[in-house]
Design a protein around this ligand. Structure first.
Ligand code: 13P
Length: 250
């Protein structure tokens, strides 16, 4: 299992300005500066990667998506090698908002995953069911997105269990219980072991879905996750810093 916790901030299409992005990154860098035992990753929109990189201090930088190609005629796309060149170490792939709002398919996600690995980025692959409790779908998504991944790359993967019904911005969102998270994580671990053998034991699995400073400890303890992918709570500097610190108390 991963030794360090991993907390990834998914800012989605926020904040509104470069100045706000810069000060949020500065606040998180300052607040978590002395903290050991956790890797904190900020994933701003593409447009703010530059300013966040300048302010990030000890934090790591990530993007929220990448193209499946490294260069060429792909209007509006950003390649994994360009992201690497801008200072990114991570890239979120397969987020449910991209699947649902933009029609991203598991085949496209699998291709992006390969391209991200090829560019030296760590993919943070999101999988999660639409309807509460449909764990088979979670495993199906992971199996399809990880199609063709070589065993040699296994140590560079991160998975996120992201139940769609628990995402804070969704109408009627409800919080997953740590027990439910634990069951989904167990099912994902089984798939990873079958697919990759003992190499898979070190793959961190994170939880994403209304994680905040108050509930993070439950997810880490009973949910058996090695960290979190945080949306709304990552946009409030003090709250996000608190979340990181509380995670370390487990
Ligand atoms: P919330 O933390 O706002 O529920 O968002 C979860 C998510 O989509 C993480 O990427």
């Amino acid at each position: 299992m991963a030794k360090k916790l991993l907390i990834v901030a998914n800012w989605k299409m926020n904040p509104g300005t470069q100045g706000e992005a810069s000060s949020l990154a500065r606040e998180v860098a300052k607040g978590t500066g002395a903290v050991q035992g956790v890797e904190v990753v900020l994933c701003p929109p593409f447009s703010f990667l530059g300013v966040v990189c300048e302010e990030k201090g000890q934090l790591k930088l990530g993007a929220q998506d990448c193209a499946a190609e490294q260069k060429g005629a792909f209007t509006g796309e950003v390649s994994p090698s360009q992201l690497k060149g801008m200072g990114c170490s991570y890239v979120i792939l397969g987020h449910s908002e991209r699947k649902n709002l933009l029609g991203e398919t598991l085949g496209q996600i699998a291709a992006k995953l390969q391209a991200a690995l090829q560019a030296g980025l760590i993919p943070v692959l999101c999988v999660g069911e639409k309807k509460r409790g449909e764990r088979k779908d979670v495993v199906r998504q992971a199996g399809a997105a990880l199609q063709g991944i070589a065993k040699t790359n296994v140590s560079r993967l991160v998975l996120v269990y992201e139940p769609e019904w628990a995402i804070s911005s969704r109408k009627g969102a409800v919080l997953a219980t740590p027990e439910e998270v634990g069951k989904a994580v167990e099912a994902l671990r089984e798939l990873l072991s079958t697919r990759f053998g003992k190499e898979a034991h070190g793959i961190p699995i994170l939880y994403g879905g209304s994680a905040d400073s108050r509930n993070i400890q439950g997810f880490l303890q009973e949910g058996n996750v090695q960290g979190a992918l945080v949306g709304a709570a990552s946009l409030r500097g003090a709250e996000f810093v608190r979340l990181v610190k509380n995670a370390l108390l487990v």
